[in-house]
Design a protein around this ligand. Structure first.
Ligand code: ZN
Length: 149
């Protein structure tokens, strides 16, 4: 029996954007002096993410990640890090909320330009098993800020 999660059927254009981030991840690597570092995994799919943030004056100056796993989790991490640079911590948490709403099938969130390339992942909402993949880097982000709050 094949127990691997089903591959979401996404539009070709979105599929291409996701694969582009997966193959050429933005902000991959580690920071020399991160203010926040969180490691999370998604045992359902085997996805792993180490997220590091450099925050100064409540603004995300830099963000990097190292990860392994499916295209959805790694593309989400790449898209997220791209979006987070120079955002304030409250802005980042607002984006995490929008992302979570989009994964719950919220149409308004799926059309929110603030989410940038991440809107390509809107179709994942139809695949409950994969939602955890898409939200893994975001959960790492909210965990990071929670741990110091
Ligand atoms: Zn996954």
């Amino acid at each position: 029996m094949d127990t691997s999660p089903p591959e979401p059927k996404l539009s070709a254009l979105y599929q291409e954007l996701i694969l582009d981030h997966y193959r050429r991840p933005r902000n991959k690597g580690t920071l020399e002096h991160p203010t926040y570092a969180v490691s999370l995994n998604n045992p359902l799919c085997g996805d792993e993410i180490d997220l590091q943030l450099l925050v100064e004056d409540a603004v995300i100056r830099d963000v990097r990640f190292v990860g392994r796993g499916c295209s959805i989790s790694q593309a989400s991490a790449s898209m997220m890090t791209h979006l987070l640079k120079e955002k304030s911590v409250p802005q980042a948490l607002t984006l995490a909320g929008r992302m979570s709403a989009m994964m719950q099938g919220d149409d308004a969130a799926a059309k929110d330009k603030a989410l940038g390339d991440l809107r390509a992942l809107a179709g994942v909402a139809k695949f409950p098993v994969r939602i955890k993949c898409a939200l893994l880097p975001w959960n790492a982000l909210t965990d990071a800020f929670k741990s110091r709050a």
